[in-house]
Design a binder for this molecule. Structure first.
Ligand SMILES: *Cc1c(COP(=O)(O)O)cnc(C)c1O
Length: 563
């Protein structure tokens, strides 16, 4: 075979650049076949096919095949890689902050991938660049920014959004670091419930993780404002510069919401008092919480969508913080967290578009780009090539849902979360840990029969004499988790998750918690009740098992006596 023969086969593996109805159908058919094969992996269980052990050592031995393969063969192989994947939309999975993805958002990803727009500038992305501008505008308006003055770009994840916020703040506090490098006296603040990406970012930006000041949180998982103020004062007194204060609006594990309004007021006071020549930048990490903005104008009294009273209270409770998002200088938004879009779809917004100029490189540094066009985000983005998939997926969902749709879907998952809590609180053996948080994640613990669950939570949290009790109940909850998930594996019950450290006790021990993260519109009351039933069943199973092993010990002792 000459290369020409091979080339003919290769060309068939591309969508045809010039309309060819027969081949165009072949392309569509190939896509459908792939989807069909994935559907064949669905059972009643919340994962595709079987969960098999993965041999990564074997994977490391992979080599490039010698010969060409066909579209069909490759498809079949690729589909195989989905085996064992969790079906995040399944009503019987409540595991993590991973959302199921809508059909329009998937179509957005395919379309953007099909013609490969590059968002570095409009010359190479045309109207897909406009999609980015439109999503920026819609979302700005949603959170309360003035779209005429705000700006935004999609970037590589929620981590990327915080990176932009901190980098802009660093330039404000220590001008020209882009040119001169990062000085040693720059610091960043975040709460201890904030995301660990803050540590990554300070590390990668050269600020240094030693200069990331972590502020303790209150029992509601909100940054402790008094300690924040003390630490800020100390920092400024020491002559250091505040590159950024990261406020977390919707912590990953508990949906804690920092009091942004208070932090902003605190900043104004300190700027004046210390006669700072700059405004310490406030970045809101709202990658999870942004979606609650759709309730900013909801009439909670009239309640036109008919949510239950507990849901209304939870939504209003979240909104009392989320409604102030526009006070932040920049905001991070993940459509792939609470926007039902596939990874990666993350948008960083700045209240004042000109903040992005702080990141600009000079045109001479980028000789081959940006000669034409009117939209050139590549002049300041960290990325060079930027995919159009994020903006198109986000735009798809914003258009699909509209404000009402987002209210309905977020409202529903909050409603299911509240139901779960109601049921958990309806039993003596279980207790909700993050009662004061209003998101869709519930951290809870189960206790053996005879434990006073009304008192134990506080005792274990703040009284070091309860350390042994805390630790043994940590193990107890890990056992509960094992039981619940092995049952779910068999098709009986719901997959939940666990965290090794929901937060630390006042005396420094980690509190293990069971975790339910509801993000699927398919979850309903029955599934929520199943979680509670399974946890209670696990309690009994562990109690029986305990009696059993005690009996065994007794028997063994008896036998040895006889001998
Ligand atoms: C998930 C998460 C991040 C990181 O976002 P990625 O999209 O995973 O990079 C940052 N902050 C919070 C609060 C998060 O939950």
């Amino acid at each position: 075979m000459t290369y020409r023969d091979i080339l003919e086969k290769i060309k068939l593996a591309f969508p045809q650049p010039i309309s060819n109805t027969i081949h165009d159908s072949y392309f569509i058919h190939s896509m459908m076949r792939a989807l069909d094969q994935v559907d064949d992996l669905k059972t009643h269980l919340p994962f595709l096919g079987n969960i098999n052990a993965v041999d990564f050592e074997e994977g490391k031995k992979s080599t490039l095949p010698n010969n060409m393969s066909s579209v069909q063969e490759v498809t079949k192989e690729l589909v195989g890689y989905l085996e064992g994947m969790t079906i995040f939309g399944h009503p019987r999975t409540q595991q993590n902050v991973v959302c199921p993805t809508t059909i329009p958002s998937l179509i957005g990803v395919v379309l953007a991938s099909l013609y490969n727009p590059n968002l570095c500038w409009d010359e190479s992305s045309r109207l897909v660049a406009l999609a980015e501008v439109e999503v920026t505008s819609m979302t700005s308006k949603l959170i309360g920014y003035d779209p005429a003055h705000s700006g935004g770009v999609f970037t590589f994840g929620g981590t990327g959004t915080t990176l932009y916020g901190v980098k802009i703040g660093l330039e404000k506090a220590c001008p020209d670091t882009i040119k001169k490098g990062t000085p040693e006296n720059a610091v960043v603040f975040v709460s201890d419930a904030g995301h660990y990406c803050a540590s990554n970012i300070t590390g990668w930006l050269g600020i240094g993780t030693d200069n990331l000041i972590t502020i303790p949180t209150t029992f509601e998982n909100e940054i402790d404002l008094e300690i924040l103020e003390q630490e800020l004062r100390q920092t400024l007194t020491d002559g250091k510069r505040v590159a950024a204060i990261i406020a977390t609006l919707g912590t990953t594990d508990a949906f804690g919401l920092d009091n942004l309004m208070h932090i902003v007021t605190m900043r104004e006071t300190l700027v004046e008092e210390f006669k700072l020549g700059y405004q310490p930048h406030i970045h809101a990490d709202a990658v999870i919480g942004w979606a609650w903005s759709v309730f900013n104008n909801y009439d909670f009294e009239q309640n036109p969508l008919g949510f239950r009273p507990r849901t209304i209270r939870a939504l209003a409770g979240a909104c009392r913080r989320i409604q102030h998002l526009s006070l932040a200088d920049s905001v991070g938004i993940d459509f792939h967290k609470t926007g039902f879009a596939p990874y990666i779809s993350s948008l960083v917004l700045v209240r004042d578009q000109s903040d992005l100029n702080l990141l600009k490189r000079s045109a001479e540094q980028m000789p081959y780009l940006y000669h034409f066009g009117q939209y050139r985000p590549g002049m300041f983005t960290l990325e060079t090539s930027r995919s159009g998939t994020g903006p198109l997926a986000a735009l798809a969902n914003l258009k699909l849902f509209g404000e009402k749709g987002l209210q309905a879907i977020i409202g529903h998952i909050v409603e299911m979360t509240q139901l779960l809590r109601e049921h958990l609180e309806g039993h003596e053996g279980t207790t909700v840990l993050n009662r004061g948080n209003f998101g869709t994640v519930t951290l809870f613990r189960a206790y053996p029969v005879g434990v006073d669950t009304f008192e134990i939570k506080r005792q274990e949290f703040e009284d070091a004499t309860y350390q042994d009790s805390l630790l043994s109940h940590n193990d107890y909850n890990k056992d509960i988790f094992q039981y619940v998930n092995s049952e779910a594996m068999e098709g009986r019950g719901v997959f939940i998750s666990t965290t090794d450290c929901y937060r630390k006790t006042t005396y420094g021990e980690p509190i293990v918690a069971l975790k339910s993260f509801i993000l699927s519109p398919f979850v309903d009351e029955e599934d929520v009740k199943t979680v509670v039933a399974k946890v209670l069943e696990a309690r009994e199973a562990i109690a029986k098992c305990g009696e059993h092993s005690q009996m065994e010990t007794v028997e063994i002792e008896n036998t040895s006596d006889e001998n």
